[in-house]
Design a protein around this ligand. Structure first.
Ligand code: NI
Length: 268
């Protein structure tokens, strides 16, 4: 089997932390083994910037959706706008969407309403979902079951829960986005989850500019640090780094319905 590149499934290259060197950095990725990249929308404005990046870079794909922290900007008219954007070429998922109860003042009913609405949007368009769930495991699972998310499919990005919760998402057929946290000294819980998961449910992601792996923890993250995550998965699973790269690449192509050959060719 030919060697593949690393498929980066979750980055925010529209973030202002990349303003000073965005084009240079992105242009360097395929040459350093990273291709393709999914840029993830998190608000209406970041969705627009995601579409711009996709125009500019043929190896960029996009996810369109509004993050739970920003759903107060949504209304029916804006949801319709998201729906139009989701139908553009190379938009491969609805996300990131979900629930985040980390902060005390969260409007839980509002988050649930728009998570549900965006799940239904994904169902209408036959797109997988990219789920963000923090400090909200039970409500996330309940709402996903209520909306039969197992029929929609998707990935739980930056999976942060324990093994019993991982089993529930696994049983719904979901993939798991694994990134820099795996290398943290306090990442034991995630290492247990990776040990448990079969390789065919693991995707590589950074969440750039956040969550840089050790030894870059605390710095701006970028996809060039993904080999550090690959090495840690390979160590846990007893696999070569190349097989981790190959398997996660195939997983991402399968979930996001990306043609492996087109993805590789787009870098040229
Ligand atoms: Ni993200």
């Amino acid at each position: 089997m030919r060697n593949k590149m690393i498929f980066e499934t979750h980055a925010h290259y529209d973030d202002e932390m990349f303003d000073k060197d965005r084009d240079e950095l992105i242009a360097s990725l395929p040459g350093q083994g990273i291709c393709p990249v999914i840029n993830i929308g998190a608000s209406l404005s970041s969705c627009e910037r995601t579409l711009e990046l996709m125009q500019r870079y043929p190896f960029f794909y996009g996810a369109i959706g509004v993050h739970p922290s920003d759903v107060d900007e949504l209304d029916e008219e804006k949801l319709a706008r998201l729906e139009t954007w989701c139908q553009k070429k190379r938009v491969v998922a609805v996300g990131e969407i979900g629930l985040d109860y980390h902060y005390e003042d969260t409007d839980k009913p509002c988050q649930k309403k728009w998570f549900a609405a965006q799940m239904e949007l994904a169902r209408r368009l036959s797109l997988p979902i990219v789920v963000h769930s923090r400090d909200a495991a039970k409500d996330t699972l309940d709402l996903m079951k209520e909306h039969r998310a197992q029929e929609i499919g998707g990935v739980v990005h930056c999976f942060s829960y324990s093994l019993p919760i991982a089993r529930e998402f696994y049983d719904m057929g979901f993939y798991f986005g694994i990134g820099g946290v795996l290398t943290f000294s306090n990442g034991k819980k995630l290492r247990e989850v990776v040990d448990y998961l079969p390789m065919d449910r693991i995707l590589l992601e950074t969440d750039s500019p956040y969550l840089a792996p050790v030894p870059h923890r605390g710095e701006r993250n970028c996809s060039l640090y993904l080999p550090l995550v690959v090495e840690e998965i390979a160590r846990i699973k007893g696999l070569t780094t190349q097989s981790v790269v190959d398997i996660t690449y195939e997983n991402a192509c399968r979930l996001f319905n990306v043609d492996p050959c087109c993805a590789a060719g787009a870098a040229k």
